[in-house]
Design a protein around this ligand. Structure first.
Ligand code: MN
Length: 432
């Protein structure tokens, strides 16, 4: 028996790739994962009679002789079928656009295309197989979804050629639009509506900017689609959504830019995320959304050297501890002064490390309380020089996920800036 499998949490690319294998391998059984994306569910509820899918429970796994895996290279994403990992007598064929992982195929087509189905379509073309308009439509949905309608930077010319071929094979664009729109469902519609109600237009350096902040609960898919629509509707140079998940206290920041001068990828990288000039996102934990909003505005101003120097907001004098101090003395000292961390210096008062709550967790045994603190400190501590701005300190904290940064002047620690110092500064900056 030959079966085809794809990753759990299937999207249209996974589904399209799965169905496409049946064109190449007649008689193959297509195994649909138990967990699939909501828009796929909607599609299948209307189209299930057209395709013959199996669940891994319907088949006798022991009878599998050949396995075609599509759109993943990782065993753990194959649900129950990962039990096949131990079987050495199975032929494995792999089509994937992700990086190599632990599936070791006998035959593989791997290329960094925008969509995995592109690779199978190329094979279908090579073998001059015939596909139906319904298949062509589904395959094109796979390509469009994974490449953002051929606009994501991951899109390759291979994807575009494959899309052209599918249009030749009578893929139906109106059907495709109906189902891809489901990425924008009821939840997303509600969020967009709330964003629009709260929206404000700001003028920053002659750019128009809109930032909408809201609380959400749990993970909501396709927020990027919502922010994209939001930017188009409010018609600004750059739009941002800051979505605070109240359960985890994590903020998801998604930005879209329509101006060449506002590089969204750069802004998001500064906030610890990533992206490209038109689109980007970042995640920040335990930072108030108002502070994030202020940071974004500061970043667009390109004004990283604000008039407020770090030395204006730092705490001093700063307590430091010699590297040879026993752990127990350090913990006692911190309890006394009510801090959770402290910079560590050597005999020449040079900064050699920093300890924080995270480092104290490394202390397991009681006997270790007598060890010098240098055994547990974090080496190569992040520091900032006193002429830098508060903005830069905030950026460093986000980037390295740290709560305190020593401030250095001429190789000496002259102060320390904590997360709360920086946040206070940002709140003060907020207009009434
Ligand atoms: Mn894919």
């Amino acid at each position: 028996m030959q079966v085809a499998a794809t990753h759990t949490g299937s999207d249209f690319d996974a589904l399209a790739s799965l169905v496409a294998t049946s064109v190449l391998y007649p008689g193959i059984k297509l195994i649909l994962p138990h967990s699939i994306n909501p828009n796929l569910k909607t599609f299948l509820s209307l189209h299930k009679d057209l395709f013959n899918f199996y669940s891994s429970k319907d088949i006798d796994i022991d009878k599998i002789k050949s396995l075609v895996v599509v759109d993943t290279s990782s065993w753990k994403r194959l649900e129950e079928l990962q039990s096949l990992k131990e079987r050495k007598d199975i032929e494995i064929i792999l089509f994937d656009h992700h990086e190599k992982d632990d599936i070791e195929p006998d035959y593989v087509i791997r290329k960094e295309t925008g969509a995995a189905v592109t690779l199978i379509i190329q094979e279908i073309q090579k073998q001059k197989k015939i596909i139906t308009p319904i298949q062509a439509t589904l395959f094109l949905m796979g390509i469009y979804e994974d490449t953002g309608n051929l606009t994501f930077p991951s899109t390759t010319s291979d994807d575009v050629y494959a899309a052209a071929y599918l249009l030749d094979r009578k893929a139906d664009l109106s059907i495709l639009n109906t189902f891809l729109q489901y990425a924008y469902g009821k939840k997303q519609k509600n969020i967009l509506f709330r964003m629009l109600q709260k929206t404000e237009r700001l003028n920053v350096n002659n750019f128009t900017i809109s930032i909408a902040t809201m609380e959400i609960e749990g993970r909501i898919q396709n927020l990027a689609v919502v922010v994209q629509m939001y930017r188009e509707i409010v018609n600004v140079d750059a739009a941002f959504g800051i979505f605070l998940d109240t359960k985890t206290n994590k903020s998801m920041i998604i930005g879209r830019s329509g101006s060449e001068q506002i590089n969204m990828g750069l802004i998001m990288r500064t906030l610890g995320g990533g992206g490209h000039p038109g689109a980007g996102s970042a995640q920040i934990k335990n930072v108030n959304p108002n502070a994030i909003e202020t940071m974004i505005i500061e970043l667009i101003k390109g004004n990283n050297q604000t008039s407020v120097n770090i030395s204006d907001i730092m705490s001093y004098p700063v307590i430091t501890v010699n590297e040879n101090t026993p752990v127990e003395d350090v913990t006692m000292l911190l309890r006394e002064v009510g801090c959770t961390g402290v910079p560590i210096t050597d005999k020449d008062d040079k900064l050699v490390g920093i300890v924080s709550r995270r480092d104290f967790k490394k202390v397991r045994k009681n006997s270790q309380m007598k060890s010098p603190i240098k055994a547990f400190m974090s080496r190569n501590p992040v520091y900032i020089s006193s002429d830098k701005s508060a903005m830069e300190a905030a950026k460093l904290m986000i980037k390295h996920d740290i709560g305190r940064i020593p401030i250095m002047k001429n190789d000496k620690i002259i102060g320390i800036v904590t997360r709360s110092d920086t946040m206070l500064y940002f709140y003060d900056l907020l207009p009434d």
